[in-house]
Design a protein. Structure first.
Length: 331
């Protein structure tokens, strides 16, 4: 990391740490809580965050005041997760794939073609299996504040058309910097290229990558359609993502504030799911108007290609896939 960027990051951490030590306002019984995410404010996640802020203030009569930091203002996802683990005042939108660094089994929730619908995934978070997973995260000083946020189905947008997995051979596809997405696209035959989301547009412009994958609103938010005119509806993974905080910080909050924070987060997530469904339709229409070629592909071919992902993580518990499938059927 260049010295200037490292200095800025250290200053941000110090600022968050200071805020974390004084989350209770000088005004009696007013709690100020920071929430952060890497998406644009206009994307569904950004809308959820603002709705959460609104609901929390209303339900608490102003007792809980949420400050929203979108667009990675507090640092990358990994950096802010680390800030949370240091006990700083921050609730961060992350992925179960990122939490693999702390509890490897968490990553299976984002594995390719695990379920056919979001309701099954959401029900999984009410299972005994998930309860044990959450306990393991707690042991790593990670508290899950919200489990009900639907991020969306991820699709593939490329410079050249993709009609089958064969077309992906040799293509450099931007993925998040974690092993789940890297192994998924290796299994598909592509060359996964980890890059920050903010580098997708220039990466495509400069030919550093040949495509990117994400839910439709996120692809639109990063203006991917301006430099890549082919969309394959691979739906390779359906994503629900948690909002997490450090246990040390959460332990500084009264029980009623924690309960209100979680309740208002669930309401905001439910609202956000409606927004996401509407936004998906809107984005597809806009893509067509902008000359994007949209292709339905053979999902079964891609599902078959990615089965190897489930045997690619030696750190996963023995029989993890079977245990999760059992939990899915029971819920």
């Amino acid at each position: 990391m260049p010295k200037s960027k490292k200095w800025i990051f250290m200053m941000v951490c110090c600022f968050i740490a200071l805020v974390g030590c004084s989350n209770k306002s000088a005004e009696e019984d007013v709690y100020r809580i920071n929430i952060a995410h890497g998406n644009q404010p206009s994307e569904p996640v950004g809308i959820i965050a603002e709705k959460w802020k609104e609901i929390a203030a209303e339900k608490s009569d102003g007792k809980v005041q949420i400050e929203v930091y979108p667009s990675s203002q507090l640092g990358s996802e990994k950096e802010v997760v680390e800030q949370a683990l240091m006990g700083n005042n921050v609730v961060i939108f992350t992925g179960y794939d990122f939490l693999m660094d702390y509890v490897p089994d968490a990553g299976i929730i984002t594995a390719p073609y695990l379920t056919d619908d979001f309701d099954s995934l959401l029900a999984l978070t009410d299972s005994e299996w998930f309860e044990k997973l959450e306990k393991k995260l707690n042991d790593k000083k990670i508290d899950i504040v919200n489990t009900t946020t639907v991020y969306g189905a991820r699709h593939l947008m490329t410079v050249k058309p993709v009609e089958s997995a064969e077309d992906l051979k040799g293509m450099k596809i931007r993925v998040p910097n974690n092993q789940m997405y890297i192994k998924t696209f290796e299994a598909m035959g592509a060359s996964p290229t980890p890059l920050p989301l903010s580098d997708v547009y220039p990466g495509l412009q400069q030919g550093l990558i040949d495509g990117a994958e994400n839910p439709l609103p996120t692809l639109a938010g990063s203006k991917t359609q301006e430099v890549a005119k082919n969309l394959a509806l691979t739906e390779h993974t359906k994503i629900i993502s948690p909002w997490i905080a450090g246990s040390d910080f959460m332990n500084t909050l009264p029980d009623d504030v924690v309960a209100l924070l979680k309740e208002s987060g669930d309401e905001a997530a439910a609202y956000g799911r409606e927004v996401l469904e509407s936004e998906n339709e809107k984005v597809l229409e806009e893509f067509i108007d902008q000359g994007v070629e949209i292709r339905e592909i053979d999902i079964e071919e891609f599902r078959e290609k990615t089965k190897s992902v489930y045997t690619s993580f030696p750190d996963w518990s023995d029989g993890l896939y079977e245990e999760v499938q059992k939990a899915l059927k029971e819920n």
